[in-house]
Design a protein around this ligand. Sequence first.
Ligand code: FES
Ligand SMILES: [Fe+2]
Length: 376
Amino acid sequence: MNQISPVQADTASRATQPDLRRVDCDPDFWYPVAWSADLRKDKTLAVSYAGTPIVLVRPEEGSVFALYDRCPHRQVPLSKGTVNGQTVRCCYHGWAFGRSGRCIDVPYLGKGKLPNGVRTFPVREAGGLIFVFPGNPEKADTVPFPKLAQTDNPRYKTKHFSPRVNCHYTFMHENLMDMNHQFLHRRQMGQIKARFLGQDRGENFIEARYSFMRCAGQQPLAERLIFGKHKDLQGREQPVEEVVTIRTEYPYQTLRITDKDGDLIMDLWTAYVPVDKEQRVTQSFGLLSILRPQTPLLIDLIWPALGWFTNRIFLEDKEIVELEQAAWNEVGHDRNVEIFPVVVGLRELLARCGIPHGTTRPDTAPATPATQPATA
Ligand code: FES
Ligand SMILES: [Fe+2]
């Protein structure tokens, strides 16, 4: 049988598949861009989606609104301005914009026509996060809003985290989905092996189920406190106790752990939000809900240890995905050799659901014609 060389295979696969690191995230979804607690009343907050600057504004009364974060006059960030009632006033010449994006005041204009306004973004607040809809605003009402772990369930305590990672968002999906990388975490977790139990796929999702087997080393304390002590079977194969289900349901990712009775003991929801135009920097937001143990206050006692433990693991993942991005930057294309069917499926899903690089809609869209009335 004729064998093809790795170089031929590489070239052939690049000819038939888009380079995943050149696939942009589809903006027609709800993306978290900030924690609610970071935006105080009468204040602004500058955020970004894929190179589009967005200012979040929380008036004294009423809900948060979001505008394109550049004043149409001289392109100064509106986030540097001040909030007065339902308007934000640019810090430079004082042009004021209402929550509809309209320019409602130019202090020195007299009776002239008010200039064009700025683009607005639909906003929602849930689970301690502020979400915007960066794509076509007409779709915002019909695109499903995600279920945010167990943030609305008092039986769980939820931890927030939001690390920024210097890599394309697709590396983040691959990293979490592929539990065969536990080798990387051997210093934190001891030696455990993932056992693949099965998968499901659909138009907009892929899900993989695993259980874990400890091969050597001690069960870490934080893990033991959450899951209970695992039986020590002296190197024999450990029976399935918890099932870990990882699911990318575009564009979000979840990791759920159920115990042997089928009870949900851990529920992680994450979103990977591209920051820059090239989409090589990702702002992740995570909500990690843990079922409160029977003993009251135990969760509060173990909380710091849990934070420390998850952070240590995350830092290992962060270093790796950033190295993957650096390798991509060196050669300028994706040379990965993927052998795990779930990750092959995940890559197809991300390529199918994303959009070609650089096709995001224009940054600005005037909110109103130049002859608008002077009202918000
Ligand atoms: S730059 Fe904003 S008012 Fe002039
Ligand atoms: Fe990891």
